[in-house]
Write a protein that binds this ligand. Structure first.
Ligand code: G1P
Length: 293
């Protein structure tokens, strides 16, 4: 099976990062030289996806502007070389759909239902950047393999987090012993549980592949945590209906960066700046100088 379509939800309020996100989506915050959502688009195109639908918030146009290219050759200035060539050569396409009100991740996906059609599709959260996933053994490729080989209805990328952090994520409950497995079936999933109620410390990492069946569940569920339509609640209902849902474990070289709060964002920015081929070393020296006083 080949997955060609992906939805990139990028319509959160970014309220934990105000005021930098007052007029721009948090997905446009730079990580080194590129906005976060640009890195997510690169990851998906590298994984072979060709049709990407970004869900944007009302009144914040920066993402659509960022990916707007002119058709005449003059507009292909040197600055466009930073964009995936597949986009510039029209081999991959980005579409936009607006989420009128910030009613949650589940609602964001429902906005893009018409884009998806009958085939399984990917979801990549625009504020979660994952590095080290390139190549044919990359995360999305492994997830595609899992949905094909198991015939399941959803695959969710996961990784272990510190127990103290479980209340920041969707947390899955594995079926049986999952130790050392590359993927496993899940028997439950809970959105941001209190530490004492968490079924494990295995967290949803922001990459999913779904059969379109997920939309039936999204249309059925009531608003959940924070009054928002939670994607996790729809997956939970699928699992409870005995639909088969699998988790794909991120490998040690695959690192996830979050823009959820200022500390996480600052860490991510520093990581990407330090890894910049041109100025990374100078930034490292500068940081060392600052720290040693
Ligand atoms: C969302 C999901 C959550 C997941 C997280 C990963 O939460 O609802 O299950 O673990 O993304 O980034 P958010 O961070 O948007 O509140």
């Amino acid at each position: 099976m080949t997955i060609t379509r992906a939805i990139i939800p990028a319509a959160g309020t970014g309220r934990h990062l105000y005021p930098i996100t007052k007029s721009q989506p948090k997905e446009m915050l730079p990580l080194g030289r590129k906005p976060a959502v640009h890195l997510v688009v690169e990851e998906l195109i590298e994984a072979g996806l060709t049709d990407l639908c970004i869900v944007t918030p009302r009144g914040k146009r920066a993402i659509a502007d960022h990916f707007s290219f002119g058709t005449n050759s003059d507009s292909r200035g040197a600055n466009l070389t930073a964009f995936p060539s597949e986009l510039l050569d029209n081999l991959a396409h980005i579409y936009f759909v607006e989420q009128p009100d910030p009613k949650g991740l589940g609602d964001a996906l429902l906005r893009a239902k018409g884009f998806v059609g009958d085939e399984p599709f990917a979801v990549a959260l625009g504020d979660a950047v994952i590095t080290g996933v390139e190549g044919s053994g990359g995360l999305m490729a492994r997830m595609t393999k899992t949905i094909t080989s198991t015939g399941c209805d959803a695959v969710i990328a996961v990784r272990e987090v510190m127990r103290a952090h479980v209340s920041q994520y969707g947390i899955v409950e594995p079926v049986g012993d999952h130790a050392g497995k590359a993927h496993f079936m899940i028997s439950d999933i809970v959105e941001k549980p209190p530490i004492e109620e968490a079924p494990s410390n295995i967290a949803v990492a922001g990459r999913y592949i779904f059969h379109p069946l997920i939309f039936d569940y999204l249309e059925e569920i009531p608003p959940g945590l924070g009054g928002e339509l939670q994607l996790t609640d729809a997956i939970r209902r699928m699992v409870h209906d005995r639909e088969s849902v699998w988790a794909e474990v991120m490998r040690p070289g695959e690192r996830r960066f979050d823009l959820g709060n200022f500390l996480e964002y600052s860490r991510a920015f520093i990581h990407f700046s330090l890894n910049d081929p041109e100025v990374g070393l100078s930034i490292k020296e500068y940081l060392q100088e600052l720290i040693s006083g």
